[in-house]
Design a protein around this ligand. Structure first.
Ligand code: FAD
Ligand code: NAP
Length: 313
C-alpha cells in the first residue's frame, strides 16, 4: 500500500522560491515538507558565478543552493528527494502523488516548480541532444576543450554561456536573430571584449549537421533572417540558450495562467485562483525571473499560506 504523509504545507520545488518558503514556513511552526523534484537546487545549479544575490559578491550557483537547502533544513523544513507526478486540487486536503509512490496530503500547497530550458523544436536539434546539442554550458562545456562551439540566443543566459564556454572552446560564435542583445550591459561589455567570441547577427539556426558513427555534431546551417541565405559554420557543440518555459504541468488547465503558461497570482500576493494553493518564483513570473525575486516570492508564499491556514481554523 502507498505510504501517505500529511503536512500543513507542502512545498513543491527546491529553487530559491521553494527553499525560502521552507525557511519561513518552518519558522512559522508549520512543519513543512519540501519535495525537491528532478533538479535539486533548481536552475542556479546549472550556472557558475552568481554576482547579484545580496550578501555574496560572488558565489557559485550550486554552492548558493546548498546553503539555501541547509538553511531550510536547519529551520526545520523536511526536504525529500522525490518528484510530484500529479496534484489533486479539487478537494481538501490537497493530494499530491509522487514518483516514489508516496502520497502527500496537504492543507496548503506552495508551488515553486520554476522553469525549464526552451528548445527550438528542430528535428536535428532533437536528434543530437546529448551528442553535441546542449542547453547547459556548465554541465557540458568541458567536453568541448579546444573545439569550436555555437551558442544560440541573445539574453543573459546566452551571453553568460558564451563567456563561460571560452574557458574550453577555441572559438564561440554567438548566433542571434537580431543585432541587439537583451542581456545586461555589463555582460555585453565582457562579451564584446572577448577575443574568442564572434557574434553572428540576424541569423537563426536552420539545421544541426552531424555524423552517426560516432554520433556527433560537425556543423550548423544558419539562415539570414532577411535574405534567407543559408551558410554553414563548422562546430562540435551547439548550446541552445533561448530562455525558459514555466514548469506548470501539475496545474495546467487547473489554475489561471498568463503569458503562455505562467501561473497567475493576485497582485501583491502569491494566492492563485484556488484558495490554499500558492505559487512563487519563475513559475509565476515572466518579467523579473531572478533568484532574489524568486526567494522574495517564496517568503511571501509561506506568509500567505500561514495566514490563510490561520483563517481556516
Ligand atoms: P527553479 O530554480 O527553476 O527551481 C524549480 C524547482 O522545482 C527545481 O528544484 C525542480 O526540481 C522543482 N520541480 C519542478 N517540477 C517539479 C515536480 N513535479 N515535483 C517536484 N519538484 C519539481 N538569476 C539571478 O538572480 N542571478 C544569476 O546569476 C542567474 N543566473 C542564471 C543562470 C542560468 C544558466 C539560468 C538558467 C538562470 C539564472 N538565473 C539567475 C535565474 C534564476 O536561476 C531563476 O530566476 C531562479 O532559479 C528561479 O527560482 P525558482 O525557485 O522559481 O525555480
Ligand atoms: P531571455 O531573457 O528570455 O532571452 C532569450 C533570448 O533567446 C532572446 O535574446 C531571444 O531573442 C532569443 N530567442 C528566443 N526564442 C528564440 C528562437 N525561437 N530562435 C532564436 N532566438 C530565440 O532568456 P534567458 O537569457 O534564459 O534569461 C531568462 C531570465 O533569467 C532573465 O530574466 C534573465 O535576466 C535571468 N538570468 C539572469 C542572469 C544574471 O542575472 N546574471 C543570468 C542568466 C539568466 P530576442 O531578444 O530577439 O527576443
Amino acid at each position: 500500500m502507498a505510504d501517505t504523509r500529511h503536512t500543513k504545507v507542502l512545498i513543491i520545488g527546491s529553487g530559491p522560491a521553494g527553499y525560502t518558503a521552507g525557511v519561513y514556513a518552518a519558522r512559522a511552526m508549520l512543519s513543512p515538507i519540501l519535495v525537491q523534484g528532478i533538479e535539486p537546487g533548481g536552475q542556479l545549479t546549472t550556472t557558475t558565478e552568481v554576482e547579484n544575490y545580496p550578501g555574496f559578491v560572488e558565489i557559485q550557483g550550486p554552492d548558493l543552493m546548498i546553503k539555501m537547502q541547509e538553511h531550510a533544513t536547519e529551520m526545520g523544513c523536511e526536504i525529500i528527494g522525490d518528484i510530484i507526478t500529479s496534484l489533486d486540487t479539487s478537494k481538501r486536503p490537497f493530494t499530491a502523488t509522487s514518483d516514489s509512490g508516496t502520497v502527500y496530503t496537504a492543507d496548503a500547497v506552495i508551488l515553486a516548480t520554476g522553469a525549464r530550458a526552451k528548445w527550438l523544436g528542430l528535428p536535428s536539434e532533437d536528434a543530437y541532444k546529448g551528442f553535441g546539442v546542449s542547453a547547459c554550458a556548465t554541465c557540458d562545456g568541458f567536453f568541448y576543450r579546444g573545439q569550436e562551439i555555437v551558442v544560440i540566443g541573445g539574453g543573459n543566459t546566452a551571453v553568460e554561456e558564451a563567456l563561460f564556454l571560452t574557458n574550453f572552446a577555441s572559438k564561440v560564435t554567438l548566433i542571434h536573430r537580431r543585432d541587439e542583445l537583451r542581456a545586461e550591459k555589463i555582460l555585453i561589455d565582457r562579451l564584446m571584449k572577448n577575443p574568442k567570441i564572434e557574434p553572428l547577427w540576424f541569423h537563426t539556426l536552420d539545421e544541426v549537421v552531424g555524423e552517426d558513427n560516432p554520433k556527433g555534431v560537425s556543423a550548423v546551417r544558419v539562415k539570414h533572417v532577411e535574405t534567407g541565405e543559408i551558410s554553414e559554420i563548422p562546430c562540435k557543440g551547439v548550446f541552445v540558450a533561448i530562455g525558459h518555459a514555466p514548469a506548470n504541468e501539475l496545474v495546467k488547465d487547473v489554475l489561471e495562467m498568463h503569458d503562455g503558461g505562467y501561473v497567475t497570482v493576485k497582485p501583491g500576493s502569491t494566492e492563485t485562483s484556488i484558495p490554499g494553493i500558492f505559487a512563487a518564483g519563475d513559475l509565476t513570473d515572466h518579467k523579473y525571473r531572478q533568484a532574489i525575486t524568486s526567494a522574495g516570492m517564496g517568503c511571501m508564499a509561506a506568509l500567505d499560506a500561514e495566514r490563510w491556514l490561520a483563517g481556516q481554523e
